[in-house]
Design a protein around this ligand. Sequence first.
Ligand code: SAH
Ligand code: SF4
Ligand code: F3S
Length: 440
Amino acid sequence: MGKQYFTITYGCQMNESDTERINGQLAELGYTEAPAMEDADIIILNTCSIRQNAEEKVYGKIGEIKRVKEKNPDLLVGIMGCMAQENKGKLISRMPIIDFVLGPYHIHDLKEVVEEELAARQHVVRTQMNPERVKDYSELRAERKSRTFAWVPIMQGCNKFCTYCIVPYVRGRQTSRTVEDIVREAEGLAEEGYKEITLLGQNVNSYGLDFRDGTDFADLIRALDRVDGIERIRYMTSHPRDMTFDMVDAMADSPKVARHMHLPVQHGDNEMLRRMNRGYTIEHFMELLAYVRKRMPDIAVTTDLITGFPGETEEMHQATLRLLREAQFDSAYTFIYSPRQGTPAARMEDQIPDDVKKRRLQELMDVENEISLAKNQAMEGRVFSILVEGPTKQDAGHWYGRTSTNKMIIFPKTDGLAIGDMREALVEQAQTWVLKGKLV
Ligand code: SAH
Ligand code: SF4
Ligand code: F3S
């Protein structure tokens, strides 16, 4: 039988996308995907360091893999992604069952490393940051999971250095792909039948600024809008400091740009935003949000929030609760602040005790859940266009699709329905995170 791989992904969409390219490299070596970890000849964990609990999940998984390797000593084990970059060779000295560690800049090297490993069985660690390699994403074959929507990385790294965040340390400085390169990938995807693309970057609004020739995200949007066959364009993540009104106009002018924006605000208090080095005030954020909604009245806006950042007082926490009520986000992902070694915030005084962080998290979730539910209830009785993504995990008789606003609608499967169809769905019953309805 041919060799099989098993890849597990942690973290953000950028990692999901990288995994598709990791799998693409393995496919080029003749590997196919294993149905389970136990059947694999190579296991790769594509890891995330954003919070302590993301790292703990990986350590737990390595424990499980150890038992698999005891039964199959020929198994190759690789750690890739952000923890690989952060911990480098230390991972192998702590856990010798790991055969190789490759940072995010070394997906290009995977084929060579696997072949070397098979020949010589020596531990390999490659974590040098080399932005030039990443520019040529298009060279790397991707084994895409979905046949309807595709991730398209438009840049790597981040220059923002928010004081809590590890990403600039593990993903390096921002490097953008050229507009031509991205358009070429989108055209290829359209030819293959993809209808939706999601542009990925830690901060898509600073796309192209590293070229220093005036190119920006608005130019990219306008260029992609002209690609025939692509019906929906999504993008992740926006940054309130770098998003310009012109970018909002470019989105509003394109019927293809999805009416969903993930715009992380992080906190409702200006002093907290300053200490986080976010580079904007709540007043600026609200002004931007108002303009986004004015130009795209049907848009859904989602956000991220951090609770328990060092020095957060009860009053500051109340400011975030107030912001939630004012801003009326469609949903908010709320995170407990997790100190990351090497970042400025980890060294700040006034770290907040765990029990306070947990209580504040719960209060944020309680307020937001009510708002999210009300927003979804307002969709009841209305019909929306959805891109059909396939059966739900729980029940093959029920399929789901997403609206332009990124809301998931679950409905009973009808005859002749295919993944990738654009259909109209009536929303019958709203819940906090999903909507139930039927095709019309
Ligand atoms: N580049 C994106 C998001 C990257 S990480 C942006 O700037 O918005 C996704 C989210 O994780 C962040 O928006 C933030 O809310 C959260 N996050 C990042 N570092 C964190 C930390 N140390 N502790 C808790 N949450 C964190
Ligand atoms: Fe991290 Fe800030 Fe960059 Fe987002 S913008 S990846 S939160 S440093
Ligand atoms: Fe995690 Fe790295 Fe993404 S730290 S959130 S996988 S960029």
